[in-house]
Write a protein that binds this ligand. Structure first.
Ligand code: ADP
Length: 381
């Protein structure tokens, strides 16, 4: 099946075309400046259609899979899209104001352009629908949950759903019995506690702001800081911008990109060293906590841009995991490659692994599976 994978943002549309039989990536690209050079998502689809005619040599798309950030409490699995599903994605917009409206626009634009092609929505939150209530509840008045849906949702679910079984298979463990702590470390970063192959806790919460120190996001802070600042006259937009775009590594090191921070730290820059230390310490604490949560992890897994590529950051984290009996193999840690690999010593009590993630492949596979399993040939709008 040829699957077009779409990640629509408010001003950009990222796409890939995958052959899910051969697992081949046929083409990928980005259409940006929507709302500026390209007037809207409908015009972006025209541009995409022109490009695909050229790039696919006349082969046609069988299905479209969309990355959708927020599936709320409703969506625990990828679904075939129809009009009611798009409206439901739109209704969840208060929980993901930047992302969900853009996904809905992308879905509608595809439907207008290719009405007979089945579309599937794959949700970032879905993998975490298995969290027990003790993990998703905040200790806040119940009315906040009932009226506003304030609870932990968790994100990066598509990545965890891809990496967890891959790590289990690498270790020769049945995915349904796997217990692990997985750290997805990209510009956004989170950790997930996996028990019996399912997510039972995760560090991102109501929004992708909670948890680890990220490129430009603070992760965990004392909520009273916000109350204090509100009393000083900071308004909601200022606080939102500060916590999401001006904090994290950027606030500590002066820049958000891990490669640049590592280079600066190697050159002796103290702020960059501190940034790495704060971020690594936070992650090590979460790994310790989630080791307990899953009843003893069978693996600690690193994935995404930093997790897969930064040997230095992994070393800073794993060096703190001695009390769990985890020992880093410094040589294996510095090896490179696109395959799953061990980075701990043979006598490490728990193996530490690098397992590359591929969210687009996961979306393409999920889309093909939903379309193959559905009796209706195309969604009705
Ligand atoms: P996104 O969340 O945007 O998908 P990625 O998963 O691509 O992010 O991760 C981006 C992060 O990975 C950046 O901080 C980047 O510096 C870091 N990164 C990528 N390659 C390397 C590398 N070779 N060494 C260190 N960090 C790297």
């Amino acid at each position: 099946m040829l699957v077009l994978v779409i990640n629509s943002g408010s001003s950009s549309l990222k796409y890939q075309v995958r052959d899910t039989d051969s697992q081949e990536l046929l083409t990928k690209g980005l259409i940006d400046r929507i709302g500026d050079v390209i007037p809207d998502h409908t015009a972006a689809l025209e541009e995409l259609s022109t490009r695909l005619r050229r790039e696919l040599d006349g082969r046609s798309i069988d299905a479209v899979g969309h990355r959708v950030v927020h599936g709320g409490e409703r969506f625990s699995e990828p679904v075939l899209v129809n009009n009611e599903i798009v409206r439901s994605i739109e209704r969840l917009s208060p929980l993901a104001p930047l992302h969900n409206p853009a996904s809905a626009m992308g879905i509608r634009a595809v439907h207008d352009k290719w009405p007979s092609i089945p579309q599937v929505a794959v949700f970032d939150t879905a993998f975490h629908r298995t969290l027990p209530e003790r993990a998703w509840r905040y200790a806040l008045p119940d009315s906040l949950y009932r009226r506003h849906g304030i609870r932990r949702y968790g994100f990066h679910g598509t990545s965890y759903g891809f990496v967890a079984p891959a790590a289990a298979r690498f270790l020769g463990i049945e995915p349904e019995r796997f217990r692990a702590v997985i750290a997805h470390l990209g510009n956004g970063a989170s950790v997930a506690a996996i028990q019996d192959g399912k997510s039972i806790d995760t560090s991102m919460g109501f929004t992708p702001l909670e948890g680890l120190v990220m490129g430009t996001r603070s992760g965990d802070v004392d909520p009273s800081i916000l109350v204090f600042l509100a009393r000083q006259g900071y308004d909601a937009d200022t606080l939102d911008n500060m916590l999401n775009r001006e904090s994290g590594l950027k606030a500590l090191a002066g820049e958000s990109d891990m490669r640049s921070i590592e280079e600066a730290a190697d050159a002796g820059d103290e702020r960059s060293r501190l940034a790495l230390a704060v971020a690594a310490y936070r992650l090590a604490k979460y790994i310790g906590a989630y080791h307990v949560a899953v009843g003893g992890a069978q693996a600690v897994v690193f994935t995404a841009g930093i997790g897969e590529n930064s040997g230095k950051f992994r070393e800073l984290v794993v060096d703190q995991l001695g009390p769990l009996g985890i020992r880093l193999d410094p040589e294996a840690n510095l090896a490179r490659g696109k395959q799953a690999r061990l980075i701990s010593t043979p006598d490490s009590a728990i193996p530490a692994l690098v397992v590359p993630t591929d969210e687009e492949e996961a979306i393409a596979e999920a889309t093909a599976a939903v379309v193959a399993g559905s009796r209706k040939p195309a969604a009705s709008f």
